[in-house]
Design a protein around this ligand. Structure first.
Ligand SMILES: NC(=O)C1=CN([C@@H]2O[C@H](COP(=O)(O)OP(=O)(O)OC[C@H]3O[C@@H](n4cnc5c(N)ncnc54)[C@H](O)[C@@H]3O)[C@@H](O)[C@H]2O)[C@@H](O)CC1
Ligand SMILES: [K+]
Length: 523
């Protein structure tokens, strides 16, 4: 009985940690449980109790004694006032800054009560200058417009001080869905996201404000969540979701051809190292057979670095790009389980791209593969494909591929969604929070490291991804999930390497060495 409950709780935690919601969806979920009878005030008490417990863990009274609480007009402010009261009872010196004259009823009641408890309440921030820690309860998912005076000045002042800030639900000033700072926004040290992950916290533009983000689960019933969340579904990648997709647990009687055959087409005389890194990424995927097509002149270099791979030397253009694919006898593109094409090709390799697009194999396109595709016209070119295509652009390549769609620097999730809808491809938009979309399914990678912002790390991802897709052809796993797993694996290797070697120590070659440690650590 005990074990059953335990595993039930673990399964719930996993499900909750994958869900991502918009402000409107959160409002609807909240409405639904209030309509069913959960009292608003009781939920606020519960949530604020959980927040208080976590603050005390992070900032015990022995280290922090004076806490400033910023209170907004809505229920985010209400949460903050309950936290103020509870911290006061725990022995902290608490002072409140409440710059709004009009508060929602419940918030107003809590404001009255903290005054009765003789907790000082000020309209301005200055009297709180001596505080060691701040709790930001100005706005949560109810923020509707840019911060205006005097709140914007309060936020700017808070950001200028160097004390730690814990933001309740979201850093105040951030748009709940796009993560954009509306005018200005609190730069938090920690963000305690309440109930379910808000989409804005997973957008790159929010990351300078969010600090260390964690979810405070307050037991929203899954049935009520699922009743509100219809497609498109946005999900956070978790270690469990990623590992479940990897080609682990091989059959004891398998052989190399059953473990996938990947063809990489990459490199030029100018970009030799890129081809090597792509090959090393593919190697780390565990793919059964690896063939790499490169210009003839760089074949010896590739053979030296990747002795297990079949290196196919191809005729080259004057500029040192692959001029035509010259596959070994009795081999054509349909001999492979997947093709990954693009890193280091240069745009002189255009004819190659047409050839792989015409094949009936799953295809990953990256780097120059994407640049050539953009020149050809993304949507009309991909219309003719007979198999799946995965595009892995960064924001610049994305704009070239999809010039008439949502700007990926403004709303990355809306952008990948529009791109997959237009092109039919699986689109992976690289960034600090890489987003992957296919049809109405979106995955976001919630953890990464700036150590990966370095030449060559994308080439490693292309190889890794190609290798995973080649191994998955016989399995019934949605392609978008394989792509999500590759993104997660790649970033976790970066995190692991940065932990050991600092963020400066993660060159792309080193990254390939850390890939295998990720899987052994999590599986
Ligand atoms: N979703 C849930 O289940 C729960 C939500 N709770 C809290 O409630 C919050 C949401 O509460 P609310 O809907 O009251 O929203 P907020 O507390 O985010 O604030 C909305 C209020 O601010 C005003 N406002 C919006 N933008 C403004 C601006 N730029 N300048 C000045 N005023 C502005 C609105 O008119 C409204 O009165 C959550 O973020 C969370 O902190 C928790 O109390 C408990 C559970
Ligand atoms: K807040």
């Amino acid at each position: 009985m005990f074990n059953q409950n335990h595993s039930h709780l673990a399964a719930r935690r996993e499900q909750i940690s994958r869900i991502v919601v918009t402000a409107q969806q959160m409002r609807n979920i909240e409405e639904r449980i209030f309509t069913k009878g959960m009292p608003v005030a009781a939920l606020m008490e519960k949530v604020a109790g959980l927040i208080t417990r976590r603050i005390i863990e992070l900032y015990p009274l022995s280290q922090v004694s004076r806490i400033g609480i910023l209170v907004g007009p809505g229920h985010n402010g209400g949460d903050a006032l309950v936290v103020a009261r509870e911290l006061h009872f725990q022995g902290y010196q608490v002072a409140v800054c409440s710059p709004f004259s009009k508060l929602k009823d419940l918030t107003s009641q809590h404001a009255q009560y903290v005054k009765i408890l003789e907790i000082p309440v000020h309209e301005s921030l200055e009297p709180l200058a001596e505080c060691d820690l701040f709790i930001d309860g100005l706005f949560g998912f109810g923020l509707e417009r840019s911060l205006s005076s005097p709140v914007d000045q309060i936020v700017n002042q808070l950001n200028e001080w160097s004390q730690p800030v814990v933001s309740i639900d979201l850093p105040s000033g951030l748009h709940t869905d796009t993560g954009e700072a509306l005018g200005t926004a609190v730069q938090a040290t920690h963000t305690f996201c309440l109930g379910l992950w808000k989409l804005g916290l997973l957008q790159d533009q929010a990351l300078d404000y969010v600090g260390a983000a964690e979810l405070i689960d307050f037991d929203l019933p899954l049935t009520d969540i699922q009743a509100i969340l219809e497609a498109p579904k946005i999900q956070r990648i978790t270690p469990q979701s990623a590992i479940a997709t990897l080609p682990l647990k091989r059959s004891p009687v398998t052989h190399k051809y059953k473990q996938g055959h990947l063809l990489l087409i990459c490199g030029s005389r100018r970009y030799t190292g890129v081809a090597i890194l792509t090959g090393l990424g593919a190697r780390a995927s565990g793919v059964g057979m690896l063939s790499i097509a490169v210009p003839e002149s760089i074949k010896p270099l590739l053979s030296a670095q990747l002795p297990e791979a079949l290196i196919i030397g191809c005729p080259e253009t004057e500029s040192g790009a692959i001029a035509q694919l010259q596959l070994p006898e009795k081999t054509d593109l349909s001999s492979f389980d997947a093709i990954a094409c693009g890193p280091g090709l240069t745009v002189d390799a255009k004819p190659i791209l047409q050839e792989v697009l015409d094949s009936d194999r799953p295809l990953v396109l990256d780097a120059d593969g994407l640049n050539i595709l953009a020149q050809m016209g993304t949507t009309q070119t991909l219309q003719h494909r007979q198999a799946s295509t995965v595009l892995t652009p960064h924001a610049g390549e994305f704009k070239r591929l999809f010039p008439d769609t949502v700007d990926p620097t403004k709303d990355r999730i809306a952008a990948v969604r529009a791109a997959t809808e237009q092109s039919g491809a699986v689109v992976l938009l690289k960034g600090a929070r890489t987003a992957i979309a296919q049809a109405d399914c979106v995955w976001v990678n919630p953890e990464s490291t700036p150590a990966l912002a370095r030449g060559g790390s994308g080439d490693v991802l292309t190889g890794l991804l190609g290798g995973l897709i080649a191994q998955a052809t016989s399995k019934d796993i949605p392609l978008v999930e394989i792509v999500a797993s590759a993104a997660w694996w790649h970033s976790q290797a970066g995190i692991l390497a940065a932990d050991e070697r600092t963020e400066m120590g993660v060159d792309a070659f080193t990254l390939t060495k850390y890939l295998m440690f990720v899987v052994s650590r999590f599986s």
